[in-house]
Design a protein around this ligand. Sequence first.
Ligand code: NAP
Length: 316
Amino acid sequence: MFGVLLLLLLFPLLLYIAAPQIRKMLTSGMCTSTVQLPGKVAVVTGANTGIGKETAKDLAQRGARVYIACRDVQKGELVAREIQNMTGNEQVLVRKLDLADTKSIRAFAEGFLAEEKHLHLLINNAGVMMCPYSKTADGFEMQMGVNHLGHFLLTHLLLEKLKESAPSRIVNVSSFAHHLGRINFHNLQGERFYNAGLAYCHSKLANILFTQELARRLKGTGVTTYSLHPGTVKSELVRHSSLMKCMWWLFSYFLKTPEQGAQTSLYCALTEGLETLSGNHFSDCHVAWVSAKGRNETVARRLWDVSCDLLGIPVD
Ligand SMILES: NC(=O)c1ccc[n+]([C@@H]2O[C@H](COP(=O)([O-])OP(=O)(O)OC[C@H]3O[C@@H](n4cnc5c(N)ncnc54)[C@H](OP(=O)(O)O)[C@@H]3O)[C@@H](O)[C@H]2O)c1
């Protein structure tokens, strides 16, 4: 009894002493690349806030022409101006992209291909988490629709440009949450059963499987691709869940800032010699462990075919 009481009294003290170390561990991983990007072109989806904004800022700082691809152009323009002022790089452009609408994705790609000769970096960053059940304009479950299918179509439409611009890279922002994900082909749109948290995990697993299959298909083209977990980051991602908002607030001391959260995306986009690791998953600027479900080639191939089918892309 006395021992338990002592432990209960000591626990807050131990936590207080250990907190800075725990925080250091959870916020580690810096992209140390000194690569400069004059003449390079980058597209960052969902770059009007959070991790995407910090990724775009860093790429602009290095001299790239950066496209902020976002659904709210007004928000995007404010951010573009902020990045221009901070970096002195005028080449920060905003284009409308709503990943919940394939018409918008096609219009974005069409506009981009008409105005740009090259694309060196595609950062598939935008994401939605734990939203109530809803559907995209094309009838896909929102999280699978935006996080996976939207980026799948966007990548497909920009792939030739990426190949022509090689060496080039595609970076897919996934999550540690993929560990809880499953690809339920019989319920991909969550119509039989829907849980907002699990649906996020499924879509993030899809990001990883997409990256692996894409890497296999891109062998020898000079285009490489990576998936990553950015860490647990203080951002607007939790907007749909009061519980997650509370958790984020409670543990905010241990969360990464969006700038820290952007480091692994930047690492994957910029680190020299990473080409041999195409298809791998990263976290804290290191190769990271992927669940067995995330390494299943058969599921990856089937997901590819099903995604093509849903999006009206000819299966090859
Ligand atoms: N924060 C974390 O702890 C964490 C952990 C693991 C993985 N991630 C991943 O990191 C990525 C960035 O998230 P974040 O933390 O920076 O979250 P965030 O601050 O909420 O940013 C998400 C971005 O995605 C955009 N977006 C959402 N739906 C869209 C749509 N239909 N079309 C176009 N853009 C859309 C948002 O635009 P609006 O502003 O217009 O809504 C916003 O720009 C996401 O893929 C997320 O899954 C984050």
